[in-house]
Design a protein around this ligand. Structure first.
Ligand code: PMP
Length: 400
């Protein structure tokens, strides 16, 4: 097991990921609704992506200098997103989050960062937290608690509370960082007007607003959450779907901020940054997003799947909550009104986790934390298989 996020996975080894399906070494077929934790927006290994990367790999694996594809890849990122001026490519979401935080601290000359309960920003010492005894603390043994000192963790979707903290401490706050749609814990959209209010407060106090769109970017639409809600951050980070399954990430932003990186005074480095085949992946993925958007089919499929899961729950008299968007939704049991991490905890998340384990046994590859993703490769056969398997899995799990 090479990622702790996979620790809750089953004891299955996989050998193929093709379209919307996975195949295990024992030749068990799975309909995949985890999609590599998000990247496989177009399904696994689509021909348009693998052939572009194969060609680029024959041209060059690595230059140790500027490659020709990275210029066009950067232009595409800016034009598809439609607001940033500049891009800096990395490999993972974790590292571009760090670049964004460093840049925000450099441009403001301040150190404090506000972040939110239940939002994930990578596994490094200054951002990895878990709630223990009502406080957000280091989540891992060996993690330096001191690295968390300048971070304040607030409930999300509460503009009043954020406003109070900013009024009090605004002079010390370098950045507010958030998942603009909370996808890592449940799938919770921002309350109407929330992002606009956060935007206004940050502007008024000279605070850098960072959107972590590592999951939402290119998944919820070509412009991610920023365009969906019409709120533009100062900096944003992307990963996952940006490379469609190849490891690529990006920090993007306005020129007055971004120009401090690289040729400016803010250091950001990486042997594999703007990795040549990865740039071909970005180009292929974003040209596809621009010219042949996958969203209509994903939305149609996801909507039927969400409805189908709800109907199965109702048919057994065990209502399932199916919430979020057709491109990324959350399945759980419970009655609470969910607006943030705390209200999410009032649901019976463990009950769903135990169901998810049975669904995997029945051939649906899903995470125990309740999140489901849909890709462009999911078609009628996958819908049929997923719902049939869900029904038998649910029946089995209920013991009926
Ligand atoms: N930010 C968010 C919102 C994420 O969902 C993730 C990964 N799940 C990361 C950052 C970290 O990205 P990576 O795993 O590529 O380092």
């Amino acid at each position: 097991m090479h990622s702790n996020v996979r620790l809750d996975g089953p004891d299955v080894f996989l050998k193929r990921a093709d379209g919307a399906r996975l195949r295990s070494v024992d030749d068990v077929d799975y309909v995949d609704h985890l999609l590599g934790q998000g990247p496989a927006l177009f399904g696994h290994a689509p021909e348009f992506l693998t052939s572009a990367v194969d060609q680029a790999s024959r041209d060059a694996l690595i230059f140790g200098g500027q490659g020709e594809r990275e210029v066009y890849a950067a232009e595409l990122v800016c034009s598809v997103l439609d607001w940033p001026d500049m891009v800096r490519f990395g490999l993972t979401g974790t590292e571009v989050v760090q670049a964004a935080l460093r840049l925000a601290r450099a441009v403001t000359g301040r150190t404090r960062v506000i972040r939110f309960e239940g939002h994930y920003h990578g596994w490094l010492d200054n951002v990895l937290v878990a709630e223990r005894d009502g406080a957000w603390q280091a989540a891992s043994s060996g993690q330096l608690e001191s690295h968390l000192e300048d971070f304040r963790v607030l409930p999300w979707n509460d503009a009043e509370l954020l406003g109070e903290v900013i009024e009090r401490e605004g002079e010390q706050i370098a950045a507010v960082i958030m998942e603009p749609i909370m996808i890592n814990s449940g799938v919770i959209e921002p309350a109407p007007g929330y992002l606009e209010r956060v935007r206004r407060m940050c502007s008024r106090h000279g605070i850098v607003l960072i959107f972590d769109e590592v999951i939402s970017g290119f998944r919820v639409g070509p412009g991610g959450a920023a365009r969906r809600y019409g709120v533009t951050p100062d900096l944003a980070v992307y990963g996952k779907a940006l490379g469609g399954g190849y490891p690529v990430s990006a920090l993007v932003g306005r020129e007055d901020l971004m120009s401090r990186i690289g040729i400016g005074d803010v250091n950001h480095a990486g042997t594999f940054n703007a990795w040549a085949p990865g740039m071909a992946a970005v180009i292929a993925a974003l040209e596809h997003v621009r010219d042949d958007p996958p969203y209509p089919s994903i939305i149609a499929h996801g909507t039927k799947l969400m409805d189908g899961i709800r109907e199965i729950g109702e048919s057994f008299g065990e209502p399932l909550r199916v919430e979020g968007m057709p491109m990324a939704f959350h399945v759980s049991f419970g009655d609470a009104e969910v607006t943030d991490y705390r209200s999410l905890q009032e649901l019976d998340l463990q009950r769903y986790a135990s169901l998810a384990s049975v669904l995997v046994e029945h051939g649906i590859w899903v995470a125990r934390r309740g999140i489901w993703f849909v890709s462009e490769a999911h078609g009628p056969a996958e819908l049929d298989d997923a719902l049939t398997r869900f029904k038998t899995g649910f029946k089995d799990w209920l013991g009926r």
